[in-house]
Design a protein around this ligand. Sequence first.
Ligand SMILES: Nc1ncnc2c1ncn2[C@@H]1O[C@H](COP(=O)(O)OP(=O)(O)OP(=O)(O)O)[C@@H](O)[C@H]1O
Length: 229
Amino acid sequence: MSILEVADVASGKPGQQIFSGVNFAVNESDVIALQGRSGGGKTTLLKCLSNLIVHDGRVLYRGKTAGEHGIPYFRTKVSYVPQRPPILPGSPRDFVSALYALGARKSPNSTTTGIQSIIEMGATLGLEECLWDREWASLSGGESQRAALAVAIGLNTAEILLLDEPTSALDPKSTAAVEQLLLNEVRSGESSLKAILWITHSEEQASRVATRLFQMGGGACKEVEMPPV
Ligand SMILES: Nc1ncnc2c1ncn2[C@@H]1O[C@H](COP(=O)(O)OP(=O)(O)OP(=O)(O)O)[C@@H](O)[C@H]1O
């Protein structure tokens, strides 16, 4: 069974549709680069898939809709990671503690080991431990982007991550670390992560990470052939 089945998904108002007729399936080990012109609807599509905005059509995770699974559970499995995390009160550590306290993230880890594994994930991305105790508002764009990714991966709950330009604020070294970590996780039998849908404007990045390529524009989303290496 596919992890995610997307059937006839459309978004926008009548007469002002952003896209319609989006159909595809995401399978284990897929790393799908989603490309297309600015304003073409890539972010909107990812938000539809994670049930963050209202849409037409059906999105099935492991054969069931978000409503059938329960929306909080669905979002822990099909997780959208925004390009820039919203500025939250408190520190990244407070944020992670709150996630565990809410129980919204059913993790195999206890709170303490869970936070520790997220901090270790951050270290892989070059984040020092002291950063987790600083105010979100004091972090640079690249630090907050990597902290959000470390949380999304380190929670170890999502089967599919929907990444919105996850390296847009990063230098080449940090970009390489993020790409490597994500590919390692998706290939590891121990990680919950089984597939990624990854918005990127970089053809070079797509060729480094992707196993499939989707092109968005003109109100549609089509799979295209990967360019020869
Ligand atoms: N909340 C909103 N209200 C009204 N229009 C919106 C809203 N969010 C997005 N749009 C519009 O929907 C269209 C698609 O936006 P979206 O952000 O999905 O594009 P994108 O392909 O991700 O663009 P980019 O590559 O610039 O990030 C754009 O015309 C945008 O202005």
